[in-house]
Ligand binder design. Structure first.
Ligand SMILES: Cc1cc2nc3c(=O)[nH]c(=O)nc-3n(C[C@H](O)[C@H](O)[C@H](O)COP(=O)(O)OP(=O)(O)OC[C@H]3O[C@@H](n4cnc5c(N)ncnc54)[C@H](O)[C@@H]3O)c2cc1C
Ligand code: SF4
Length: 511
C-alpha cells in the first residue's frame, strides 16, 4: 500500500495549503521540535517558545480536522533531534513509500532536505509553500542582465501583476510612492495606541526547554506569552492593527519614542513568517479597511503598508535566493570588530540604544527603524563584523528567519553586500535620531556635542566611518555631498573627531 510521509517545518503552519484540502488516511504529517533548529543560533527564549507553541497548536488543528499527525516534542525519548534522522527513522519503521516536503525558506534547511532525499530509498517530491506572491527565482528573472536591483521597480511590477491598488496599468491615485509623506516625528506627549498582546500560558513548553542545555537570550513571562500562537490570534492581531493603527502607520513608520515599543506597527511578522496568515490576505484586508473608512485612513498610510509587504518582503526573499550562499560571507567594508557586551544586557548610557536593546530583550521585538537606524546604525559606525551582527539579529527577534533577517541586516542595514539591497549605507549622526525620536533630551550624552566626555558617540563615529571608508564610498553619487563637507572641515576639527571616535571604539564596552 502507498503510504506518504509529509514533513511540515516550524515556519510552514499554513492551514490553507492545498495539502490539507483532503483528509487521506494514507498520508501522515510530521512536525518536530528539534535541537538542530534550537541550536543553529542563540535564540531569544520567546522565539523558541513561540515557534513550539505555534507548532503544537497547528498539530492540534490538523488532528481536529481528521489528519494523521506525528509530533516530536523536544524531550521525547524517540526524538533524534534532526530532520534527517527523525525522517529516516519514521520511513523505515512505518514503511512509508513516499516522502514529501514544502520548499523551505532557508538555504540551510534546503540543503539538509535535499541531502535527506538523496539518502532515502523511496520516492520523494517537493511542493511550493503557497505563501508568497513570488517564486524563489522571480526576482532573479526580473532583474536578469541588470547591474542594480531597485526595490521600487520590483514593487511596481508586482503591483501590476497582482492588480494591487491599480486602475489598469496606472496606480490607483496616479502616484506610486508616498514615502515623502511618511516620515513624521511623534508629537510630544502623544499617547500611542496601547498594543494588543495575548496572554498565552506556555509554561509547559518553557519548562521543557529549561530541562535542556539550550542556550537562549532575553526574558519571558511564560504564563502570559504576548505573541499570537495560532491563526485565530494572528487574525485578531491583524484586525487590531487595521482598526487601531493603519490610519497612522505611514505617518509614524519612522518615529521612535521611549517606552513606546510598538507604536503603529502591525507586529504581524511572526504570524506571517511562520505562515499562520498570508501576505495576500493581509493586503486584501488592509485595502478593504481603507475602502470602508476612506475618510479616516488616508491613502498614503495604506500604500506605505502595502509597500512593506508586497514590496520589501517579497524583494528580500528574492535577493536571498538569488545571492545565497555567497551573501552570507559578504563584508564590503571588511569590518572586524566584536559586538559590545551591552548588546546582551541593554546596559549602555546611550539612551536610544538602551531603549532599543532593552525592548528587544524584553519583547523579542523592535520596530523597523529601531533595528535599522539605532542598533544597525551604531554597529555599522563601530565597524562590527557582519557575522557577529547577523548571529545577534538572527537570535533576538521573534520574526527572525534567515531569508528576511540576513538580507535586512547584512544588506539593508550594514551595506555588507556593497549595494545590492541599498543604494547607500544607512548611517546617521545624532541629528537624525533626534529628528525622529524623543531619546536625546534625557540622554547622558549631548546630541549637539561632537567631542568631550559627554559628546554623543554617534557624532564622531559617523565621521570616522566616512573617513575610514573613503576609498569605497566617495564615488557613490548619493554620498558625495558628505565628503565635500568632510573635506572642507578644518584639519584640527577632523583630528579631534577622529581621536574622539578612536577613544570610543577602544572603550566601546563602557559607552
Ligand atoms: C537590521 C534589520 C533586521 C531585520 N530582521 C528581520 C527579521 O529577522 N524578520 C523579519 O520579518 N523582518 C526583519 N526586518 C524587517 C522589519 O524590521 C520587520 O519585518 C518588522 O519590524 C516587523 O514588525 P511589524 O510586523 O510590526 O512590521 P510593520 O512595520 O508593521 O510592517 C508590516 C510588515 O511589512 C513587512 N516588512 C516591513 N519591512 C520589511 C523589510 N525591510 N523586509 C521584509 N519585510 C518587511 C513585514 O512582514 C512586516 O510584518 C529587519 C529589519 C532590519 C533593519
Ligand atoms: S544623544 Fe546620542 S546616544 Fe543619546 S539618545 Fe541621542 S543619539 Fe542616542
Amino acid at each position: 500500500m502507498q503510504k506518504t510521509l509529509r514533513l511540515i517545518l516550524g515556519d510552514q503552519l499554513n492551514s490553507n495549503h492545498s495539502w490539507f484540502n483532503t483528509i487521506d488516511d494514507k498520508v501522515t504529517y510530521v512536525l518536530m521540535e528539534i535541537r538542530s533548529e534550537t541550536d543553529y543560533a542563540t535564540h531569544h527564549i520567546q522565539k523558541v517558545v513561540g515557534f513550539f507553541a505555534a507548532m503544537q497548536a497547528f498539530c492540534l488543528e490538523l488532528k481536529s480536522k481528521g489528519h494523521q499527525v506525528i509530533f516530536f516534542k523536544l524531550n521525547d525519548l524517540d526524538n533524534m533531534q534532526s530532520f534527517e534522522k527523525n525522517c529516516q527513522n519514521l520511513i523505515s519503521t512505518h514503511n512509508f513509500t513516499n516522502f514529501e516536503y514544502q520548499l523551505p525558506d532557508e538555504y540551510r534547511v534546503d540543503v539538509v532536505l535535499k541531502k535527506l532525499c538523496q539518502s532515502i530509498e523511496i520516492s520523494y517530491s517537493v511542493v511550493d509553500s503557497e505563501h508568497f506572491f513570488t517564486t524563489r527565482n522571480e526576482l532573479g528573472d526580473f532583474f536578469e542582465g541588470k547591474k542594480t536591483f531597485l526595490m521600487e521597480s520590483f514593487y511596481r511590477m508586482l503591483r501590476k501583476k497582482h492588480n494591487v491598488l491599480m486602475e489598469g496599468d496606472i496606480p490607483t491615485t496616479g502616484q506610486w510612492n508616498y514615502d515623502g509623506e511618511n516620515r513624521k516625528k511623534l508629537p510630544k506627549n502623544h499617547n500611542a495606541t496601547v498594543p494588543l498582546v495575548f496572554n498565552n500560558d506556555v509554561i509547559e513548553i518553557f519548562n521543557q526547554i529549561q530541562k535542556t542545555d539550550i542556550k537562549t537570550i532575553g526574558t519571558i513571562d511564560a504564563k502570559n506569552f504576548i505573541w499570537p500562537i495560532n491563526r485565530t490570534q494572528s487574525l485578531q492581531l491583524l484586525d487590531f492593527f487595521l482598526a487601531e493603527c493603519l490610519h497612522l502607520f505611514g505617518s509614524y513608520q519612522d518615529a521612535m519614542s521611549p517606552n513606546e515599543w510598538s507604536l503603529y506597527h502591525a507586529r504581524i511578522s511572526f504570524s506571517m513568517n511562520v505562515k499562520m496568515i498570508s501576505p495576500q490576505e493581509v493586503i486584501d484586508s488592509a485595502i478593504r479597511e481603507w475602502e470602508k473608512r476612506p475618510n479616516e485612513i488616508e491613502y498614503n498610510q495604506l500604500e506605505g503598508f502595502v509597500r512593506q509587504i508586497i514590496g520589501w518582503r517579497e524583494y528580500m526573499r528574492g535577493i536571498y535566493w538569488l545571492k545565497m550562499p555567497e551573501y552570507s560571507n559578504m563584508n564590503f567594508f571588511n569590518n572586524q570588530e566584536k559586538l559590545p557586551d551591552w548588546f546582551w544586557t541593554g546596559k549602555t548610557k546611550m539612551n536610544c540604544l538602551n531603549d532599543a536593546l532593552s525592548q528587544s530583550l524584553h519583547y523579542a521585538y523592535a520596530h523597523h527603524i529601531q533595528r535599522l537606524m539605532i542598533i544597525g546604525n551604531f554597529a555599522l559606525l563601530a565597524g562590527i563584523h557582519p557575522d557577529e551582527l547577523d548571529a545577534w539579529y538572527l537570535g533576538i527577534y521573534i520574526d527572525a528567519i534567515e531569508w528576511v533577517e540576513i538580507t535586512n541586516t547584512r544588506g539593508m542595514s550594514q551595506f555588507a553586500d556593497g549595494g545590492i539591497v541599498g543604494t547607500k549605507p544607512y548611517v546617521s549622526s545624532a541629528t537624525y535620531i533626534d529628528k525622529m525620536s524623543h531619546y536625546c533630551g534625557s540622554c547622558f550624552y549631548k546630541k549637539e556635542l561632537k567631542t568631550g566626555e559627554k559628546a554623543c558617540p554617534f557624532n564622531s563615529l559617523y565621521w570616522n566611518f566616512y573617513d575610514r571608508n573613503e576609498g569605497k564610498l566617495s564615488n557613490n553619487p548619493r554620498i558625495g555631498m558628505m565628503y565635500n563637507v568632510w573635506r572642507k572641515m578644518k584639519p584640527e576639527a577632523k583630528i579631534a573627531l577622529l581621536e574622539q571616535a578612536d577613544y570610543y571604539l577602544k572603550n566601546i564596552n563602557e559607552l
